[in-house]
Design a protein around this ligand. Structure first.
Ligand SMILES: [Zn+2]
Length: 288
């Protein structure tokens, strides 16, 4: 989707930043995160080009280019879920992947611990404002691999078209990002640290080119893009922000723990249920 900046393409009516349809004629104008981030594109390209020039000076232009190509061709947005949740989600025909804010506000789930709740709501308010409650979080992963296993042992890849229409990316975890840049509520967000889906390879290269040298191999690219060994404190990744709800029809592949590895009887049941359900839907499911 081409992002629309400030005027409705159908009637010319001025758009407010958070609308998804024109208030004058009802024409869909795109996800507000996509519209917000798209205006930084030139700054992102400048940052990317600077890193490419530096890679030439360091003699590793080919390796950096190979990384950029792999991200544009083979990266996906991956969400991580625990087996019980994913099994129940796949079992229900009416399941919708919702957000923490919408669920707590609707009183369908309890709040997290007080400090975690304040952290989530504060971060979303500072980064997204009014549309924050509608953002779902994923991570950018290569080769249909595992995502952030610290958030759930089952990794599920999302359709490219969903991401094209609704996703933007930020170069790291949003809470860490706000702290690193000392951003307070109402402050501007530093430019060129976010990208629309089509530009994810520029953001990944801008962030990671200086970690690539002439000895870096293709086999190292996936871990460079996303590193997770099950501890949220050491996770390194590019965060994906998906605006709006999606259902299991948005799932294209999954990586789940092998049933032999399950520690409890319940997990064995859930994992086997997930495998069977994905199989019936024709969604590839890798067991690791
Ligand atoms: Zn209009």
């Amino acid at each position: 989707m081409i992002a629309i900046d400030d005027k409705c393409p159908a009637c010319g009516c001025r758009l407010t930043w958070e609308q998804v349809t024109c208030l004058g004629c009802g024409t869909p104008v795109g996800a507000p995160n996509v519209r917000e981030v798209a205006v930084e594109r030139d700054k992102l390209l400048t940052r990317y080009e600077k890193m490419v020039e530096e890679s030439k000076a360091r003699g590793c232009f080919d390796e950096v280019s190979a990384f950029t190509d792999r991200v544009v061709n083979d990266s996906e947005a991956v969400i991580n879920l625990w087996p019980e949740f994913l099994a129940q989600f796949l079992n229900g025909d009416k399941s919708i992947y919702s957000t923490y804010a919408l669920q707590t506000d609707a009183e369908t789930r309890k709040a997290a611990e007080r400090s975690n709740d304040k952290e989530r709501r504060g971060t979303e308010g500072t980064l997204f404002g009014k549309y924050g409650p509608h953002i779902r979080y994923a991570a950018l992963s290569l080769d249909g691999g595992e995502g952030l296993v610290s958030y759930g042992s089952c990794s599920v890849s999302l359709r490219q078209l969903l991401c094209l229409n609704t996703a933007t990316l930020m170069e790291e975890n949003s809470y860490t990002f706000l702290h690193r840049h000392r951003i307070l509520p109402g402050d501007p967000i530093p430019e060129a640290r976010r990208a629309v889906w089509q530009d994810r390879h520029y953001l990944a290269t801008a962030k990671l080119a200086d970690k690539i040298d002439k000895n870096t191999t293709d086999g190292q690219f996936a871990e460079l893009l996303l590193f997770s060994e099950g501890d949220r404190a050491t996770d390194e990744f590019i965060e994906v922000h998906v605006y709006g709800p999606f259902s299991k029809e948005a799932f294209v592949a999954a990586v789940i723990p092998s049933i032999q590895q399950a520690k409890t009887k319940d997990d064995r049941f859930y994992l086997s249920n997930i495998r069977d359900n994905l199989g019936k839907s024709g969604i590839p499911c890798k067991q690791v």
